[in-house]
Design a protein around this ligand. Structure first.
Ligand code: APR
Length: 387
């Protein structure tokens, strides 16, 4: 088995396969230090934690992860909180920085005897419809490499080799939401004990805890502007304005240690299986970060695929592999639908024309029903945490 990419998808898959005695190698373009330190998402759904626990991969997050179950909306109509851990399925998130999870998964994979080649970039997957697909790679020393296996798992993200190697007939559903966020990691303690979503006429602002010293912020941003276009002071002022700090309390400022521009985009590839090649995680579909679903979907898909591969390779039962694509697409589309709903909740057009006004009034009504309707709150909680 060859696994492309050592993100959450590739490493969950690799861990379960090695645990089941299946020979597998992970090819990873980056070096080990980068894989262990790349800061990305951080909110794990209860189901994700259960999957990781079932496979002996949850020790670190059990020790250092923080339960989280509240979000706060700040709007032109005031603020309200949803204690989503007490609504819907009554499930909390666990806040655990993705680089810590990836680092735990990598340590565990190596302890279990898994093989990983860092600095090795997959270039293409060939012969996916044959019996022995091949991965053409550029090895760490720059030489070309060739890896053959029974199956290949493309866990190498949106720009990886798996996506580039799909046969004709692969369909990509794509949506550009027309919104850009500046993603910020601040060396500052969280400013509120909830996920903060601020809806403002100047644009969206978001607050998400990571650790007691680090907080993620998002600021809706001009499309095409470079990440460093604004000074730190201007960013903090804008965050405070949109989060209505004067009314609800100041933000705890700190140095920005990471800035990235995120154009909110979603896509889903269909099907997720092409002969011997399987797509998992970001390679299978991109989801906007508005509802923190990406890493959770990646873990779920990796676990579904691992079970199916184990049944096929150890017991000759191909049914799980045959069902992989349809099964995961059901979860992916439900997550996409919710994430799309969130984008509509948090952003509105800025114009004063009739259509913009209409859209913004709908958005306000949507927020009002979330604030006042218990059944709407249950629905929200179930989809916000669920995958
Ligand atoms: N060859 C080998 N490795 C590659 C290649 C390649 N051609 N291209 C990319 N990679 C590696 C990257 O260096 C990265 O380590 O594949 C890995 C992909 O990992 P992620 O991008 O974390 O994707 P995934 O495992 O699918 O996790 C998805 O995590 O942070 C979130 O936004 C992300 O929510 C998404 C989730």
């Amino acid at each position: 088995m060859v696994v492309l990419g050592a993100g959450p998808a590739g490493l969950v898959l690799g861990n379960i396969l090695v645990d089941r005695g299946i020979d597998c190698v992970v090819l990873e373009r980056a070096g080990a230090a980068r894989v262990r330190t790349r800061a990305r998402a951080g909110f794990l759904a209860a189901n994700t934690v259960r999957i990781l626990e079932r496979h002996g991969l949850a020790e670190g997050l059990r020790r250092r992860g923080q339960p989280h179950s509240t979000c706060e909306f700040r709007t032109e109509d005031g603020r309200f909180r949803l204690d989503y851990g007490a609504l819907g399925q009554r499930e909390p998130h666990t806040v655990y920085p993705q680089q810590d999870l990836v680092s735990d998964l990598l340590t565990r994979f190596q302890e279990r005897g898994g093989q990983i080649r860092f600095g090795t970039e997959a270039v293409a997957v060939r012969d996916v419809d044959g019996e022995r697909p091949e991965v053409v790679a550029r090895e760490a020393d720059g030489r070309p490499g060739l890896w053959r296996a029974r199956y290949v798992a493309g866990c190498d993200g949106r720009h990886g080799a798996a996506r580039r190697s799909l046969p004709p007939g692969a369909v990509r559903h794509h949506r550009d939401h027309g919104v850009t966020w500046l993603g910020l990691l601040a060396e500052a303690p969280p400013s509120l004990d909830a996920v903060g979503y601020a809806v403002h006429e100047r644009g969206f602002a978001g607050h998400m805890a990571r650790t007691s010293e680090v907080t993620r912020y998002y600021l809706q941003y001009e499309r095409g502007a470079p990440a460093d276009a604004w000074s730190a002071e201007r960013i903090w002022d804008e965050l405070e304005l949109r989060m209505r700090a004067r009314e609800f309390g100041p933000l705890r400022r700190g140095r920005f240690v990471q800035r990235s521009v995120v154009d909110l985009e979603s896509d889903v590839l269909e099907p997720l299986r092409h002969g011997t090649l399987f797509l998992v995680g970001d390679a299978a579909g991109l989801i906007s970060p508005s509802a923190a679903k990406g890493a959770n979907l990646a873990v779920l898909e990796a676990a579904v695929l691992a079970d199916a591969l184990a049944a096929d390779l150890t017991a000759g039962d191909p049914r799980g592999l045959d069902a992989y694509s349809a099964r995961c697409l059901t979860h992916i589309w439900r997550a996409q639908e919710f994430s799309h709903w969130m984008i509509g909740l948090l952003h509105g057009p800025t114009g004063a024309d009739g259509e913009s006004l209409f859209h913004n009034s709908l958005r306000r009504a949507r927020l009002a029903s979330l604030r006042t309707s218990r059944s709407q709150q249950d629905w929200f909680a179930e989809h916000y945490v669920g995958v």
